[in-house]
Design a protein around this ligand. Structure first.
Ligand code: ATP
Length: 259
């Protein structure tokens, strides 16, 4: 495989909080251009920390990558400011569907495109593109985001990220606290974006069932280490993954290198 196919390359990353609390213990994985990669793992496995490291957001939480490398399209992520990473096409939707609650849905979306120097016509076209992906947002576009449902807030957060036209969209637990039908709706939209626009997606999920249904590949992390990587189809067929679906996450041995 040539380097051209690798969009994101995480190698042997160690990270700590407050200089002492170990959260990542040498995690390595790669995301290929144009794929959906699911990052799976139980509570506290290190998924959120890995995603924040990828967007260089750990210093804002008294966290730090102490060794290892993270490259996005060959750029050294750890030497870039988070805002510059967004401009370069790496955009993250943080856990908890953060919206500007007093702004309307449409104002939230427009805020996502502010970093780009776009004309009114381009912004209008981008909004229509988001509304085509998430028709419910069009219906709610004049409603304060804080008065919309959890699913609509998650769609707004994703739509706002899409307004900056990312090449890699990073999502932290988009299914959290949402009803199964809403989760399906969101993942279907993500899959359509991936297929039709070639958007690469990295999604951390505790809901392994839905993540493996829509992802191309998956990496399982436990105790800050990747313990298993493979195609989604391969992982779906494994008994230990089936056990993991049922919440028996301890099925993976800590420290075993990713396959
Ligand atoms: N801001 C922080 N300060 C100190 N320790 C933290 C902080 N955030 C996470 N940790 C610790 O780092 C480890 C990894 O946590 P992380 O949130 O990355 O796991 P996770 O896989 O995303 O879990 P979950 O699915 O429950 O969100 C855990 O031991 C956690 O307690």
């Amino acid at each position: 495989m040539s380097d051209e196919t690798i969009l994101l390359d995480i190698k042997a990353v160690h990270a700590v909080y407050n200089k002492t609390i170990k959260a990542l213990n040498g995690v390595s994985f790669q995301l290929r251009r144009g794929e959906i990669l699911a990052l799976l793992g139980s509570n506290g496995a290190g998924k959120t920390t890995a995603l924040k490291a990828i967007s260089n957001l750990l210093p804002a939480e008294r966290g730090q990558v102490t060794s290892g490398t993270i490259c996005f399209e060959g750029r050294d992520v750890l030497s870039e400011k988070p805002a510059d990473l967004v401009r370069s096409g790496l955009v993250q939707v943080l856990e908890g569907r953060h919206c500007f609650k007093s702004l309307s849905v449409e104002e939230n979306l427009i805020a996502g495109g502010l970093g780009r120097s776009s004309s009114r016509r381009e912004i209008a076209a981008d909004l229509e593109r988001i509304y085509a992906i998430f028709p419910r947002l069009k219906e709610k576009r004049r409603t304060s985001a804080g008065l919309t449902s959890g699913g609509e807030q998650q769609m707004t957060a994703i739509g706002r990220a899409l307004m900056s036209r990312p090449r890699l969209l990073v999502l932290d637990e988009p299914s959290m606290g949402l009803a199964p039908l809403v989760i399906k709706d969101i993942f279907r939209s993500l899959k359509a974006l991936n297929r039709e626009d070639g958007l690469s997606i990295l999604v951390a999920e505790q809901n392994s069932t839905v993540a493996l249904q829509y992802a191309d590949h998956a990496t399982v992390i436990e105790n800050g280490v990747a313990v298993l990587s493979g195609s989604a189809a391969e992982l779906r067929s494994r008994d230990d993954i089936k056990a993991f679906y049922l919440g028996e996450g301890a099925a993976f041995a800590h420290g075993r290198p990713a396959a």
